[in-house]
Design a protein around this ligand. Structure first.
Ligand code: PA5
Length: 422
């Protein structure tokens, strides 16, 4: 992983020590060195109860931190490899999306994951109810068809124990949006055929480099200082990923930054935040880039590049009548073209001299590098949160929306009591 920051910055003192101290109470820090034997046992038990090879579809019912992580990783790896199994996501109450996702499943051969840390999220439980009643209508046995991933002792776990199903836990001190390297992300990915040990190895390499004075320590401290300092003037960060396979990764990043950094500062009533925007090059180079280059100076840019793409297809060396002038592209590999486009974007921004720009280059897309990227962003978020003086790990704004929805459902129930059996 290579990094450059086109700004010189003096790192705020004491931040590293605060992160070291945080490790005692915040659980995600220790996930890279976890022993995955519990997941090996899970897979073995799974295979003893199900015909693993016959299962073609894996469906996650979950939202936010309980779905975006595994989706981001699977989507990135699909760009380099064909998997025997497909991964589907039920992460919305949009009826059209529920129906269209269901239509894609070979439902008799689908295994469902119900992932919810709290175990009571209305979006997740409502879709789960729909799926379970559909299976019953179709006389599809429920036995060992579900894996529940939730907090130890949650109501969802108690429910899971009322029939034959699998239950895995999210460590209590690991928050939703930081849970991708816990069972919440690892279990469905493992079942789908992802090498989860290599994901963790990648994360561990970043962790060691950060905590043991490697190059990542200096890089992350500088970058976090840069983002925290810019959060007032350049309070929008656009992450420009130059690979379509990272489109769900940018969604994960949007949640991680939005929910972790947008809040009231500790011991003050001052609201702060860094608005994350996920962009995909070259597509958004032909739309959003205009706004960055010539619009309000409120946006910093992070360009995420892939150094080596597996696919080396080239632009054919043919001449098209009337388009002879464009023969200069002949024989160029698309992987080189996309990186030239990324470099052109960087140059266009640097030319302006007043747009903060940061780059990250992943050597390649594979489990190890994605593990690195995930953990790198988690550490960066923790550091920026410390520097912005917010509680990175709570989400009172999201909780307030959840409570209001509960109130609305209660009101609806009072006005329209359900008919028996419906
Ligand atoms: O990061 C978070 O805490 C949230 O985004 C949660 O992941 C999201 O609200 C879903 O919650 P739960 O996993 O409890 O269903």
């Amino acid at each position: 992983m290579k990094n450059s920051l086109y700004f010189n910055i003096k790192v705020e003192e004491g931040i590293f020590d605060k992160i070291v101290a945080e490790q005692k109470s915040i659980g995600y820090y220790t996930l890279p060195e976890q022993d995955i034997s519990y997941l090996l046992n899970y897979l073995e038990e799974f295979k003893s109860k199900n015909d693993y090879d016959a299962i073609k579809d894996i469906a996650i019912i979950g939202i936010g931190g309980s779905s975006l992580g595994p989706k981001a990783i699977f989507r990135a790896l699909q760009g380099i490899r064909d998997f025997d199994k497909r991964l589907h996501l039920f992460e919305s109450t949009d009826p059209a999306s529920i129906r269209s996702t269901l239509n894609k499943l070979d439902i008799k051969n689908t295994h469902f994951f119900v992932i919810s840390k709290s175990g009571t999220t209305i979006e997740t439980i409502s879709v789960y109810k729909y799926v379970i009643s559909l299976l019953k209508t179709k006389d599809i046995p429920l036995d060992y068809r579900f894996t529940f991933v939730t907090d130890d002792g949650s109501k969802l776990e108690a429910h899971a124990k009322t029939f034959n199903s699998f239950v895995l836990h999210i460590p209590v001190n690991v928050g939703g949006r930081f849970s991708v390297l816990s069972a919440a992300g690892l279990a469905p990915l493992f079942l789908a055929g992802v090498d989860i040990q290599r994901l963790l190895d990648g994360a561990l390499a970043i962790k060691q480099s950060f905590f043991e004075d490697g190059y990542i320590k200096e890089t992350l401290l500088k970058k976090a200082t840069y983002y925290a300092k810019n959060s007032m003037n350049y309070n929008i960060n656009t992450l420009f990923a130059y690979s379509e396979s990272l489109d769900s990764f940018t969604d994960w990043y949007v949640q991680l930054w939005g929910e972790s950094l947008g809040k009231k500062q500790r011991h003050s009533s001052f609201n702060v935040g860094l608005t994350p925007v996920g962009l995909i090059g070259p597509k958004d180079q032909h739309s959003f880039l205009q706004l960055i280059v010539e619009g309000l100076r409120d946006k910093s840019v992070t360009v995420l590049k892939i150094e080596n793409f597996d696919d080396k297809i080239k632009i054919p060396a043919i001449t098209l009548k009337e388009l002879e002038g464009l023969d200069l592209m002949n024989g160029i590999a698309f992987c080189d073209l996309i990186n030239m486009q990324a470099d052109s974007t960087i140059e266009a921004l640097l030319d302006k001299k007043d747009i903060p720009i940061d780059t990250i280059t992943l050597q390649h897309i594979d489990e190890e590098n994605i593990g690195k990227l995930i953990y790198y962003y988690e550490l960066l978020t923790s550091l920026v949160g410390q520097m912005m003086n917010v509680n990175t790990y709570d989400q009172p704004g999201v909780e307030s929306g959840k409570k209001i929805l509960e109130g609305k459902l209660l009101e609806e129930r009072k006005n329209f009591p359900p008919k028996k059996g419906k």
